[in-house]
Design a protein around this ligand. Structure first.
Ligand code: G1P
Length: 306
C-alpha cells in the first residue's frame, strides 16, 4: 500500500527556548529564513507524503497560518513587484494538504501519535519529529519507505552516536539484514531491531544506535499504543510501543526494522544545536552562503580563544 500520510507532532511547550517561545511556537523559530517545521513538511512532501497531519496544542494556531495562503501579504508583494518573495510565501501553502488535531494534554510522544488514529485509519504512515532536521541532500524517508515495502512491519531511522550520548535517545539492539533483502540501499544499512529502550543509562544501552525522529509505522501501532502505559518520565513513549511491535508476528503487522542514517542531521530542539544548524545552513544558503562564510572565517580568526 502506498504511503501518503505524514504525522508531525508539534504540541511540545518549547520550554528549552523560553522566553523566545512564550508567545511563538518553537516550530516556527527560523532556521535562517525558513521556519523549522517547514523543512520537515518539505521533506515529507518530497517523499510523496502530501497529506500532513500536525498534532498541535494550545497557542499553535500560527503554524496553521504559515501553511495557509496569505492573500493580504500576497497582494502587497504583487503590487510591489517582488515575485521571489511571493513565490516563497505561496510555496509553503502548496507543499501538502495540512490537517491538524489537538493533543489535549502533554502525555508524551506515544500519546501524540495516538491522536492521529482517526485521521490515519488503517494505512501505514510516517511520523516526522520537528526537532530533527534532515538535510534535503541526504535521502532517508524514501529509503525507509522502501524497507517497509520490501519487509513490511514498521521502520525507524537510526544513527550511531558516541556511547555517552545514548541516554538522550531511544536505543535498540540490532542485527544486520542481508543486503539483498532491500536492493538499492547502502550495504550494511538495514537492521532487524529488538529490545528497545527509551533514554537508557549508558551502562544499560542495548547498542550505540540511536533512534532519530523519522518513523514509518504500520497502523497496528495504534492498538499497541492504546494498550501502552506511561513509561519513562511518566509519559506514553512511542519507543515502548515500538518495542512491542518488534515482538508481534509480521502477519499481524508486526516486525521492526531500522535504517542507518549517515547523512547530515541538525537537532533544532536544543539551543546550542539550533545555533549550529543555523550556521551550517546559512553557510550553504544559495544567496547568503558565500558572504556569510567569509564573515564567519574572519570572525573566528579575529577572536582569540574561540
Ligand atoms: C524522542 C523519542 C526518542 C528519540 C528522539 C529523537 O525523544 O522519544 O526515542 O530518540 O525523539 O530525536 P525527545 O527528543 O522528544 O525527548
Amino acid at each position: 500500500m502506498t504511503i501518503t500520510k505524514a504525522v508531525v507532532p508539534a504540541a511540545g511547550l518549547g520550554t528549552r527556548f523560553l522566553p523566545a517561545t512564550k508567545a511563538i511556537p518553537k516550530e516556527l523559530l527560523p532556521v535562517v529564513d525558513v521556519p523549522a517545521i517547514e523543512y520537515v513538511v518539505r521533506e515529507a512532501s518530497r517523499a510523496g507524503l502530501r497529506d500532513v497531519l500536525l498534532i498541535t496544542g494550545k497557542t499553535k494556531g500560527a503554524i496553521l497560518d504559515h501553511f495557509d495562503r496569505a492573500w493580504d501579504l500576497e497582494a502587497v508583494l504583487e503590487d510591489k513587484g517582488e515575485p521571489e518573495r511571493l513565490a516563497a510565501i505561496r510555496s509553503s501553502a502548496e507543499l501538502a494538504t495540512i490537517h491538524a488535531v489537538r493533543q489535549s494534554a502533554p502525555r508524551g510522544l506515544g500519546h501524540a501519535v495516538l491522536c492521529a488514529k482517526a485521521h490515519v485509519g488503517r494505512e501505514p504512515f510516517a511520523v516526522l519529529l520537528g526537532d530533527d532536521l534532515i538535510d534535503a541532500r541526504d535521502p532517508l524517508l524514501t529509503n525507509m519507505i522502501a524497507v517497509r515495502e520490501r519487509l513490511g512491519g514498521s521502520v525507524v531511522a537510526l544513527m550511531r552516536v558516541p556511547r555517552e550520548q545514548i541516554s538522550l535517545y531511544g536505543s535498540a539492539a540490532a542485527e544486520l539484514v542481508d543486503d539483498a533483502a532491500v536492493p538499492g540501499l547502502a550495504p550494511g544499512s538495514v537492521f532487524r531491531l529488538s529490545h528497545l529502550v527509551e533514554k537508557p543509562l549508558v551502562a544499560e544501552a542495548p547498542s550505540d544506535l540511536a533512534i532519530i525522529g523519522r518513523y514509518v509505522l504500520d497502523p497496528v501501532v495504534f492498538s499497541v499504543l492504546e494498550d501502552t502505559g506511561p513509561g519513562r518520565g511518566g509519559e506514553i513513549q512511542l519507543t515502548d510501543a515500538l518495542a512491542r511491535l518488534a515482538d508481534i508476528a509480521p502477519a499481524a503487522g508486526g516486525g521492526l526494522h531500522g535504517v542507518l542514517f549517515t547523512g547530515r542531521r541538525y537537532d533544532t530542539g536544543d539551543r546550542l544545536d539550533y545555533l549550529k544548524a543555523v550556521v551550517r545552513l546559512a553557510a550553504d544558503h544559495p544567496e547568503l552562503g558565500s558572504e556569510f562564510s567569509s564573515w564567519l572565517a574572519e570572525f573566528v580568526a579575529g577572536s582569540p580563544g574561540r
